[in-house]
Design a protein around this ligand. Structure first.
Ligand code: PGA
Length: 255
């Protein structure tokens, strides 16, 4: 098995726009982000709404921007009578390269459990999409000292049945639920400890080589002021940024 040269060498910084930006706003954003991309040594991704995928991908090609474009969700089915769903094949077909799966907002508001997320992860890999799999504990789990157990459970459930080779397509995002959109960012040492738990769990599941090469991003209220401290931790390989990615200026300053 060989991991792509990109793995863990440079930080991977991904913006998650969630349900923000129409087509016009998305395209203006790219114009404003371009100068920052030219100066950055990070690998960069943007997870945009479905409706923005085609125009954004077209413009990224035209401008030759070094950035991965992905979706924020997909169906666990290849096709069929599933009104309102979008398949992995459709996402790949328009030129997107990755998809975020298991985000806590999907788990919470749309009742996605580990088994459902697991089916989506397997489907995404079949469709040649890279996956950013989100995991993270609740405030309750943290206050009861159950961070490790809760991360292990989510990882094992969401990645059940995956083989070593599949991990070349998987990157994990540690997003403590109490830190998402709340303004409460995890302290770098707290995040680092959780990333070590995650790496250890992957090691127990598929061995040391895979765990050493798997990128683990931190997400949850990351701001330009807190990005560098988090990235300085040895096991934090990048960032998944929500609110602060909505302005090209603030996202660009992190890059
Ligand atoms: P936030 O969102 O940066 O706004 O907390 C992060 C995420 O949910 O991916």
């Amino acid at each position: 098995m060989s991991f792509g040269a990109f793995k863990r060498k440079s930080p991977y910084i991904v913006g998650n726009w969630k349900m923000h930006k129409n087509v016009r706003e998305s395209l203006v954003y790219l114009d404003n982000l371009a100068p920052h991309l030219a100066k950055s040594q990070a690998e960069v991704g943007l997870a945009v709404p479905f409706t923005a995928l085609i125009p954004v991908i077209q413009k990224v090609k035209e401008m030759n921007l070094p950035i991965h474009i992905g979706a924020q969700n997909m169906s666990d089915y290849p096709e069929g009578a599933f009104t309102g769903e979008v398949s992995g094949e459709m996402i790949y077909d328009v030129g997107a390269t990755f998809v975020i799966l298991g985000h806590s907002e999907r788990r919470h508001f749309f009742k996605e459990d580990d088994a459902y997320v697991n089916r989506k992860v397997k489907r995404a890999i079949k469709e040649n999409l890279d996956v950013i799999l989100c995991v993270g504990e609740t405030l309750e789990a943290r206050s009861e000292n159950k961070v490790k157990v809760s991360l292990e459970e989510e990882l094992k459930g969401s990645l059940e049945g995956l083989l070593e080779d599949h991990f070349q397509r998987i990157c994990i995002a540690y997003e403590p639920i109490w830190a998402i959109g709340t303004g409460r960012v995890a302290k770098p040492e707290e995040a680092e400890q959780a990333h070590i738990y995650i790496r250890d769990t992957i090691k127990a599941m598929v061995g040391p080589e895979v765990s050493e090469h798997t990128r683990i991003l931190y997400g949850g209220s990351v701001k330009p002021e807190t990005a560098a401290g988090l990235l300085a931790q040895p096991n934090i390989d990048g960032l998944l940024v929500g609110g602060a990615s909505l302005s090209a200026q603030s996202f660009g300053s992190m890059l």
